[in-house]
Design a protein. Sequence first.
Length: 80
Amino acid sequence: MTEEAPKKRPVGRPSKYRPEYCERVLEMAAEGCSWAEYAAEFGIDRTTLYDWAASHEEFSTALTRAKALEQAWWEREARL
């Protein structure tokens, strides 16, 4: 009879990442919000946004699109 290897437990805390954050980032960006504001909204450090972007392609895409939305918002504000 062979012994079963013990199950490994994940290291560290579970990620707070949620797929719905992609949409929230885009909503906030359309209002001119920054990465610091996204981090505050999600209760994380700003560097975690980079980690999530590296791990989740959809989040990386959302952040790229968000940058254009942020800039467009600020450019419109500057013209007013």
